[in-house]
Write a protein that binds this ligand. Structure first.
Ligand code: ADP
Ligand code: AMP
Length: 222
């Protein structure tokens, strides 16, 4: 049983690794970005509120994302652990999360900090696309489907790119990361929860690092 946070700039590989770690540990990933994109697609109240922030690459107001997390982590499938991908993203969200977890008698076991240089991030984001049906993430430069035009995971031939993966939004998303999110590195370092990940490595190598770290933590807490 472990609750994990994935911290890192956009494009650092959090979603890719979260999907793999979730399968390995049989725990769910909670990606606030994913939830928000679904709400926008549905045209829900949350989606309508969030859309302009996401389009500009800014942060959606804390009340909205905190509400998403609050509802999600009490659900049955989260009771054996969960991976938070893209939350918290600023100091207020981190403090609120701590209070929320304390009230539920839960705690974070590790915060993986994905480290990648900006030039690589931009290339990863520019090349990112995903399966429209199952959401599997690919890359024009780094990770094409094994059979061209066919999803490895579900066989679909429908793919899409994210609306916010364009040049101007990406610049703002990276700025927001530096201005608001990167200070969480120090916050979790002080709590002795931070584990740095050299996310420039290949997908399997990064994954191996995550698995090693999780097994060390799990054996310590047994
Ligand atoms: P994040 O969730 O942090 O925004 P993603 O997991 O969506 O990042 O990855 C961004 C892009 O980079 C995707 O197109 C993905 O296929 C690709 N990618 C992820 N990890 C790696 C890696 N280790 N090496 C090369 N490309 C990667
Ligand atoms: P992501 O999928 O993590 O790259 O997030 C996509 C977009 O969703 C971000 O650029 C934000 O606009 C919004 N978002 C996701 N998570 C959060 C969060 N924790 N706080 C505020 N906005 C968020």
């Amino acid at each position: 049983m472990i609750n994990v946070i994935f911290l890192g700039p956009p494009g650092s590989g959090k979603g890719t690794q979260a999907a793999m770690l979730a399968t390995e540990l049989k725990i769910p990933t909670i990606s606030t970005g994913e939830v928000l994109r679904k709400e926008v697609e549905l045209g829900s109240e949350i989606g309508k509120l969030a859309k302009s922030y996401m389009t500009s690459g800014g942060l959606v107001p804390d009340e909205i994302v905190v509400g998403i997390i609050k509802n999600r982590i009490v659900q049955d499938d989260c009771q054996n652990g969960f991976i938070l991908d893209g939350f918290p993203r600023n100091m207020n969200q981190a403090v609120v999360l701590d209070l929320m977890l304390e009230s539920l008698n839960k705690e974070i076991g590790v915060v993986f900090n994905f480290e990648v240089g900006e030039d690589v991030l931009i290339k990863r984001i520019a090349g990112r696309f995903s399966c429209k049906k199952c959401g599997a993430v690919y890359n024009n430069y780094f990770k094409q489907p094994k059979k061209e035009g066919v999803c490895d995971n579900c066989g679909s031939d429908q793919f899409e790119s994210r609306a916010d993966d364009n040049e101007s939004t990406v610049k703002n998303r990276l700025k927001v990361y530096h201005d608001s999110t990167s200070e969480l590195i120090g916050y979790y370092e002080k709590k002795n929860l931070l584990c740095s990940i050299d996310a420039i490595k290949s997908v399997p190598l990064v994954f191996g690092g995550l698995i090693d770290a999780v097994s060390k933590i799990s054996s310590k807490t047994k």
